[in-house]
Unconditional design. Structure first.
Length: 338
């Protein structure tokens, strides 16, 4: 049975099986909250928000996105390693921004802790600056909040805000996508910054979290330069990217449909690439059902570009490691994994 979004894994009912919901995260409830927000503001939706700039006579829009690092921070606390977590912060924001076709320009951070540790704080900011370099953004400012008694000793939280600009005629919104278009996957560097509540639950009580923590802390890949190179190469051939999907929480089944027309879905060939061995190891150690793996993690694909078949050769030549992973089809707005 294809592992589509409506597939069910009966094993998730067993006591010894770990699912995302058992780890404390209810994706279904989060989806309902998102639906509530979208009804409250028409500007909300997609991977980032767009606001037309009147001063440009409707030619350009400002684009903004915000995100955090999530419970991946727990691993930074465990190893007292804070030099790469800022890269994750920037990545989660700018990778969403480029999905709209925008060019990231500025970044702001919010750093909150119980008691400021200067050496640790400098390492965090160095990571954010490296993320901004990779994401072609200027760190314009931010907020450092010292909140005694609010956070446990040695712990902190991070949030980021990316702002960019896009020409309205070049916005990527999926409207040009049609059946037969090809899905080109860009590899991830691992779990990125999603699903760590499930990862930690899978390794809980096995004295393995520390063993794997350094590998799990591998920073999220920033796709800004990849996307810029791809679009430039395609345009020289008379093509362009039609849509981009950042594969974060909810995996490919939850993120790819966000950039497809409502009357179209996608077929993804799961054998087109090798799932990172570390993900399979975590699955084995936690006895995580296959469906939960695909619904929680990127499974080795961090970004998906949708394009015409004639553009694929140029895309694969331009982006090392990219691969064809499926195609767009008529039907319900869902992903079929085969």
């Amino acid at each position: 049975m294809p592992l589509g979004v409506n597939a069910h894994a009966e094993l998730s009912l067993e006591d010894n099986v770990i699912t995302y919901k058992k780890s404390g995260v209810d994706i279904g409830l989060a989806d309902k909250f998102t639906e509530f927000l979208e009804k409250k503001s028409k500007a909300i939706g997609g991977f980032a928000g767009l606001l037309s700039i009147p001063e440009t006579r409707g030619e350009y829009s400002m684009v903004a996105s915000t995100d955090g690092v999530g419970t991946k921070l727990k691993l930074a606390f465990l190893l007292d390693r804070h030099d790469t977590i800022g890269i994750d912060l920037v990545a989660m924001c700018v990778n969403d921004l480029v999905c709209c076709g925008a060019r990231p320009m500025i970044f702001l951070d919010y750093y909150a802790t119980g008691k400021l540790d200067l050496a640790r704080s400098k390492r965090i900011i160095d990571g954010i600056l490296e993320g901004c370099r990779q994401g072609e953004s200027a760190l314009l400012g931010g907020e450092t909040a010292e909140m005694p008694g609010f956070y446990a000793p040695g712990e902190y939280d991070l949030a980021g805000f990316s702002v960019g600009i896009v020409k309205n005629s070049e916005v990527l919104d999926g409207r040009k996508v049609r059946p037969g278009d090809v899905l080109v996957g860009l590899p991830s560097t691992g779990f990125h910054s999603n699903g760590f509540s499930l990862v930690r639950k899978a390794l809980e009580g096995k004295k393995l979290l520390r063993k794997y923590a350094a590998r799990l802390l591998t920073p999220t890949r920033i796709y800004v330069k990849d996307v810029n190179r791809l679009r430039a190469a395609l345009r020289r051939q008379g093509h362009d990217v039609l849509a981009l999907a950042h594969i974060t929480g909810a995996g490919i089944p939850g993120n790819l449909p966000r950039v497809l027309p409502k009357n179209m879905g996608a077929v993804v060939a799961t054998g087109a690439w090798t799932v990172p061995p570390l993900m399979r190891e975590v699955q084995r150690l936690g006895n995580i059902p296959e469906k939960d793996m695909w619904d929680s993690f990127n499974m080795g694909i961090g970004m998906i570009a949708v394009m015409r078949p004639a553009a694929v050769r140029t895309a694969l030549k331009t982006l090392k490691g990219s691969m064809v992973i499926g195609e767009v089809v008529k039907g319900r707005n869902e992903v079929m994994l085969k």
